[in-house]
Design a protein around this ligand. Structure first.
Ligand SMILES: [Zn+2]
Length: 339
């Protein structure tokens, strides 16, 4: 993954690259940002750069591309084939928790072993906010007194689930949504999407490159968007029974329920934007300005934020195997509630 292919996050790459350049690499990082925003790409690129035996310096390049992995040394080649022994991806068995044993076995007990070659040994803990308290405390000991070569990168969607003691010892890097035009250009180039389709997918991705890719690759995207719209446009007009029927319609796209919920959440996000700025041009569903405005005027900030939370909680319920019908019906009933 060359840096130029990481979409957006130029400032963050620049910061990480200069840390390598000036030998100011931290022992522990938190890369925080929503799912699909590019945390793993940035972490992988950083790890590869740290481990490369022959980094290339090119002062003619923009700052975030100035130092790069050579792509040719044994370390880079091993990295690309997922066999570099100096990068360890901490894995976990249960979907919702990283246990203390997993942190001990994969990290605490191996960190004292020197890197095979080079100056660094990198640990990447994906979904680090799933570490339970014991696991975090076990990790804390390592972060407090790390060996000189160790770099530990925690990837989180919600850094606030980590203990203060962990956060205070990590350099925290927040990944922000990527600019729409950057995503659009990328989709046109990589997915060969025509202009209007790229514009559409980029707009609804709302800064999330992972979501943009899924939309771009999904031929049903427009249909799904329309399914969400047909429900949301009538949200306040429909009775509870009609909303439940509407929820069942989503079942046509059962394997992609998350996108539908994301789109639903964006509808409410638009309401917030509208309340805060009144600017129709900043809306994702800008063709529905009138309806959004009408719905927003009936709700205060708190109600809208609660609706967005409901969407997030529904995704969690589905992850936890709550029945599809129950989860979706509950969601729509909550969304209609604006008192
Ligand atoms: Zn290399």
């Amino acid at each position: 993954m060359p840096a130029k292919e990481i979409i957006g996050h130029g400032k963050i790459l620049e910061h990480l690259i200069s840390a390598v350049d000036f030998e100011k690499v931290s022992h522990a990082y938190i890369f925080n940002g929503e799912d699909g925003i590019g945390k793993k790409f940035v972490a992988d690129y950083f790890a590869k750069l740290l481990l490369c035996n022959n980094r290339i310096e090119d002062k003619s390049k923009p700052k975030h591309l100035r130092l790069r992995p050579c792509e040719l040394c044994p370390s880079c080649l091993q990295f690309d084939s997922h066999s570099n022994p100096d990068v360890i991806y901490v894995t976990h068995e249960k979907p919702r928790v990283i246990s203390v044993d997993e942190i001990r076995e994969q990290l605490v007990n191996t960190v004292s072993v020197y890197p095979y070659k080079g100056d660094f040994k990198v640990y990447i803990i994906d979904e680090a906010d799933k570490m339970n308290e014991q696991a975090q405390n076990a990790l804390l000991k390592t972060i407090e007194e790390p060996p000189a070569y160790a770099v530990i990168i925690l990837l989180t969607e919600n850094k606030d689930r980590l203990l203060e003691t962990i956060k205070s010892r990590c350099e925290i890097i927040d990944l922000k949504p990527v600019e729409k035009d950057m995503i659009k250009t990328y989709l046109m180039k990589e997915f060969k999407l025509p202009d209007y389709a790229a514009e559409n997918a980029a707009r609804f991705a709302a800064g999330n490159i992972g979501r943009a890719e899924r939309f771009a690759a999904d031929k049903d995207f427009n249909e799904m968007k329309d399914a969400v719209l047909s429900v949301m446009r009538n949200l306040d007009r429909n009775g509870a029974a009609e909303s439940v029927t509407a929820a069942r319609k989503f079942a046509d796209y059962k394997d992609r329920t998350r996108y539908l919920i994301d789109l639903t959440e964006l509808w409410f996000h638009d309401m917030l934007v509208l309340k805060a700025t009144g600017d129709a041009n900043r809306l994702i569903f800008r063709d529905d300005y009138t309806t959004l405005n009408e719905q927003a005027s009936k709700r205060n900030y708190e109600v809208i934020e609660r609706a967005m939370e409901t969407c997030e909680n529904t995704k969690k319920r589905l992850d936890a195997n709550v029945s599809y019908d129950t989860a979706m019906e509950l969601m729509f009933l909550h969304l209609k509630d604006f008192t």
